[in-house]
Design a protein around this ligand. Structure first.
Ligand SMILES: Cc1cc2nc3c(=O)[nH]c(=O)nc-3n(C[C@H](O)[C@H](O)[C@H](O)COP(=O)(O)OP(=O)(O)OC[C@H]3O[C@@H](n4cnc5c(N)ncnc54)[C@H](O)[C@@H]3O)c2cc1C
Length: 454
């Protein structure tokens, strides 16, 4: 009898996990995916973080292909296996893409001289899927999983999980109340939109965790032509600099070009910023946006510190925008990006203290490297990557030390991007299946009831 698998979160990690299972003959009827968002047919563009493929379904669709980018993977499985898992994720995105031939890889090979001595440039390959295609990919992918019998529960929030009696409690909207689903194996992939729930579980079950650094900064936006020289070399350029003695490093993060839009992320009721890019010509706005993110080590309670800073950088129920010359841009749907425009940075400096100087210096030096930039830019404040403490897991299947039938995956564990999240989803379920070759052997050797599941 195949085990009953419940996946909490139909995000990148959860969907890749389910795909790995059914691709290898696991009965879809034994897999239930619960998500608080919508299926890909009903998901609206403003639902940036929830629904089929989660935050990845409305992201910029840049699939980074390097173990140093996007969170932890090689620490669990080593370099070779990590690359293999990432290949599987990229192939899944191509496989359900309406025009797979348009998925291109950029792979910059050398740091250009003109950025030196102010910045270093991280060099790594990226596969570009494109935000607008993600929607189509989502539909094709979803149809495939449904055709394999996978059970989906949409618009229901999981609010409690009993690790002892193996029950997942979720809301039911139609009849007021709650419902509990039983599992043999649980895949927990709630992403950033569920980070508070993940934290709650960590506290409730006293899970042993590893502390993380603070990752905070701004989303920078400017007309693209100022950066074109660098974009020609590396579309998703990562400029970086390190201040090792201070425990601080900075990098530009998740660059979007051509049809580039700033997106609001809602976490813990606060607004922070991110960005995405569309592919269709009709969306072209010739803008560039990217995060300027600081990694700060040595802060006690980094998670609480970040939350507190983000909370103080809000005004009128939204985040802040500062520019010496511009106003906030609009979203791809023509609405204003929600942000309160401030005319000076005194309040921000007060909240972020000495750390704000690093960001200001980064921008000052960009003006030297890209001389046409001058005052033609704006920043959305803050951008944040909440890295909740990472629960300790077995490296082979990302199961909790204390509860080996509960697997943490994706941003809820230690990922920070699509490829690594998907790869962690696959890794978590690999042990539940046998390689197809073995399965075929068993098929040849037996008739009728084949037990190929662990
Ligand atoms: C605007 C934007 C652009 C991005 N661009 C890129 C990019 O170009 N490249 C890249 O690599 N990464 C990008 N990212 C990050 C990337 O999307 C995430 O790292 C990735 O999606 C994480 O995958 P996940 O499966 O862990 O979580 P997610 O994909 O976020 O999925 C989590 C799912 O869990 C559901 N959920 C949460 N809590 C509950 C609950 N209590 N009950 C039921 N369901 C719940 C949510 O509805 C969601 O569908 C971007 C993120 C954003 C927001």
């Amino acid at each position: 009898m195949a085990k009953k698998i419940v996946i909490v979160g139909a995000g990148v990690a959860g969907v890749n996990a389910a795909t790995k299972l059914v691709d290898n003959g696991y009965p879809g009827e034994n897999i239930t995916i619960i998500d608080m968002g919508n299926d890909p047919y009903n998901r609206k563009p403003e639902e940036v973080m929830t629904g089929f493929l989660g935050a990845g379904g409305w992201s910029d669709g840049k699939l980074t292909y390097h173990t140093a980018i996007g969170g932890q993977l090689s620490k669990y499985v080593g370099e070779k296996k990590a690359m293999k898992l990432m290949d599987e994720v990229i192939n899944n995105f191509k496989r359900f893409h309406p025009k797979p031939e348009e998925v291109q890889c950029s792979n910059p090979e050398a740091e250009p001289d003109f950025i030196k001595p102010y910045f270093g440039l991280r060099l790594f390959p990226v596969w570009h899927v494109g935000t607008d295609y993600l929607h189509e990919i989502g539909k094709n992918w979803y149809d495939y999983l449904v055709s394999k019998g996978v059970q989906f529960v949409w618009n229901e929030k999981v609010f409690k999980i009993d690790f002892e009696s193996r029950l997942v409690y979720h809301t039911i909207n139609i009849i007021e109340g709650q419902y509990a689903v039983e599992y043999d194996e649980l895949i927990f992939g709630v992403g950033k939109s569920g980070i508070d729930f993940a934290q709650k579980l960590q506290n409730e079950y006293h899970l042993e965790t590893e502390p993380k650094s603070v990752q905070i900064g701004v989303r920078f936006e400017a007309p693209q032509h100022h950066f074109q020289k660098l974009i020609d070399i590396s579309y998703d350029f990562k400029l970086y600099r390190k201040f090792e003695d201070k425990g601080v490093s900075l990098r530009s993060f998740c660059t979007n070009n051509n049809a580039a839009y700033v997106a609001v992320e809602k976490t813990y009721g606060d607004h922070s910023y991110n960005g995405h890019a569309k592919k269709g010509e009709k969306y072209r706005n010739d803008m560039t946006n990217f995060g300027i993110l600081m990694e700060i080590n040595g802060i006690e309670n980094p998670f609480e510190w970040s939350r507190n800073v983000v909370n103080k950088l809000q005004f009128g129920g939204t985040g802040l925008y500062y520019s010496p010359s511009r106003i906030p841009s609009s979203t791809s749907e023509g609405e204003n990006v929600s942000a309160f425009q401030i005319d000076n940075l005194n309040g921000v400096k007060h909240v972020m203290g000495e750390y704000w100087d690093y960001i200001e210096d980064f921008i000052k030096d960009m003006k030297k490297v890209f001389p046409s930039l001058k005052d033609d830019w704006g920043v959305y404040i803050p951008e944040v990557k909440y890295l909740s403490p990472e629960p300790l897991v077995y490296h082979s299947d990302l199961a909790l030390m204390e509860y080996p039938d509960v697997h943490f995956v994706g941003d809820a564990l230690s990922a920070r991007g699509i490829t690594v999240s998907g790869a962690q989803g696959i890794l978590a379920v690999e042990k539940l299946i046998k390689p197809v070759d073995n399965w075929m052997d068993e098929w040849d050797n037996h008739s009728g009831d084949i037990v190929h599941f662990r």
